[in-house]
Ligand binder design. Structure first.
Ligand code: ATP
Ligand code: MG
Length: 451
């Protein structure tokens, strides 16, 4: 077997020596986080016979670049890589399995499995729900010789991202809740200046970080967790903006909003009440639907006795598709979804409208202007996860992409009610359904939502 020669810097040594239940490392760019993570896991695999280790990144591409290729090089002649299982097997029975969790539910694949050690690389790219789900798999596996080993998780992280708040709360603010034990959490801060290897081999990298826009520079060069704003919609309040489903009034105007993609189709059903509020009362949220299937599902979820005034959809649906020469709009229309309207895709204006809507109250009885049925689980889940874009002020980040579909559909829906976008003839004409209550058709409707 060949020898492994490693030379960790002082911060990396501190990280290696921690045996806290949860240890996080980094907090800025280039501090040697990824190196420290994979080296620590390899040391554990070599030192503890039969240890089971899981190393996760958010996407497969990141996993490959960041860890698979360097590990293949590092472990040549030391451990065997089994590509079908994406795992390194060591002669002493230890195993390092590589995984990724592209979408929220991908963590479920690890349920029922046991790993003494789990490494979350770029932990702020994971949601708190994913982290909590993974803690269930962090236990003694039964393969390990040393049964007194204390299961643990290691994290690397930078500020920003969908998991900014929970990582900051646990490792930076040390603000613990319920049964969280302070002794379980340990943070080792490291900056690019601590990474002597990088400072020597690529000193210009510091200048690159220096040249970043101020907010990002503070975070990525100095590890400032307060420079990034957290949630994109801090106004969203689960108690205030969601409710259990209740029967809708027949007189309320109903419409739909669609964000179509093969990776995810999100359709929301919305109602406008007489007291000028919007209720999101149903959602379709499903991946891998071709356009005709998505259309059928949308129609199947819309009962005949529920007239839909119009359906607003992302403008790219009007682009011709290379395969069929037809646009998504044509495919949806030919499959029976009529009255499709192109959404106004002005992102920043749209987010502003949404923010106002979340802040707004009905002046008569102080009820919130926007209410979402709790049965719309994906919209309720994704709205608070949305983060600020790190480069475009006032825009939301488009990663992780999975969480953007439902908020975008809601943005299209609310923009269809936005005053400057209103065209009397647009959303109201040509409904395939006969509208039950023509008297209320246009009167007062144009000014339903007051922004
Ligand atoms: N102790 C070390 N010995 C040798 N090389 C190291 C060491 N620490 C870090 N490096 C090297 O420094 C470079 C940057 O390290 P690494 O990729 O781990 O940083 P990072 O904090 O993960 O960066 P990023 O913020 O971009 O993810 C890499 O080439 C890595 O191999
Ligand atoms: Mg890294």
């Amino acid at each position: 077997m060949r020898e492994l020669i490693i030379n960790p810097n002082e911060k990396q040594k501190t990280f290696f020596e921690s045996n806290a239940k949860y240890t996080a490392y980094g907090g800025a760019r280039g501090g040697g986080k990824s190196w420290a993570m994979r080296t620590k896991l390899v040391l554990l695999a070599l030192n503890y016979n039969g240890i089971q280790i899981l190393l996760l990144r958010r996407t497969l591409g990141e996993l490959r670049e960041n860890h698979l290729f360097p590990l293949l090089k590092l472990l040549k002649g030391i451990a065997k890589f089994v590509s079908t299982e994406k795992e390194f097997r060591f002669p002493n029975g230890s195993r390092i399995k590589l995984g990724y969790c592209d979408s929220e539910n991908d963590v479920l694949q690890f349920q029922g499995q046991a790993y003494e050690v789990i490494g979350l690389e770029e932990a702020t790219h994971f949601t708190e729900k994913q982290f909590i789900a993974l803690t269930e798999s962090n236990r003694i596996s039964g393969n390990m010789e040393n049964q007194s080993f204390r299961p643990r998780m290691y994290f690397t992280c930078n500020p920003g991202g969908v998991g900014h708040d929970w990582v900051k709360r646990l490792f930076i603010d040390c603000n613990y809740r319920n049964n969280e034990q302070p002794d379980n959490y340990y943070f080792v801060k490291s900056l690019v200046f601590d990474n002597h290897f990088l400072m020597k081999s690529n000193p210009e990298y510091v200048n690159t970080l220096m040249a970043l826009p101020e907010i990002r520079r503070k975070a990525m060069l100095y590890g400032d967790w307060n420079s990034f704003e957290g949630a994109f919609f801090p106004e969203f309040d689960y108690e205030k903006h969601t409710c259990e489903p209740f029967p809708l009034e027949k007189s309320w105007i109903k419409f739909r909003a669609v964000d179509y993609g093969l990776d995810m189709t999100c359709c929301l059903w919305l109602a406008l009440t007489e007291d000028r509020r919007i209720i999101v009362y149903r959602e379709l949220y499903e991946s891998n639907l071709i356009i005709s299937e998505a259309t059928k599902k949308i129609l199947a979820l819309s009962p005949r006795n529920e007239p839909i005034r119009y359906t607003i959809a992302s403008p790219d649906l009007w682009n011709r598709r290379q395969d069929s020469g037809k646009s998504g709009f044509e495919i949806m229309t030919s499959n029976g979804l009529k009255c499709l309207q192109k959404a106004n895709n002005s992102r920043i204006t749209g987010w502003r409208v949404m923010r106002e809507c979340l802040k707004g109250y009905n002046s008569l009885d102080s009820r919130p202007k926007l209410v979402i049925f709790r049965s719309c689980q994906n919209l309720v889940r994704c709205l608070p996860l949305l983060r600020f874009d790190e480069f475009v002020k006032e825009d939301a980040a488009d990663t992780p992409h999975e969480i953007t579909h439902a908020p975008e559909a809601l943005r299209y829906a609310l923009m269809s009610r936005e005053p400057s976008f209103k065209k009397k003839s647009a959303p109201f004409s040509g409904s395939i359904y006969s509208f039950d209550n023509p008297a209320s058709d246009n009167s007062g409707y144009e000014s339903f939502i007051e922004y």
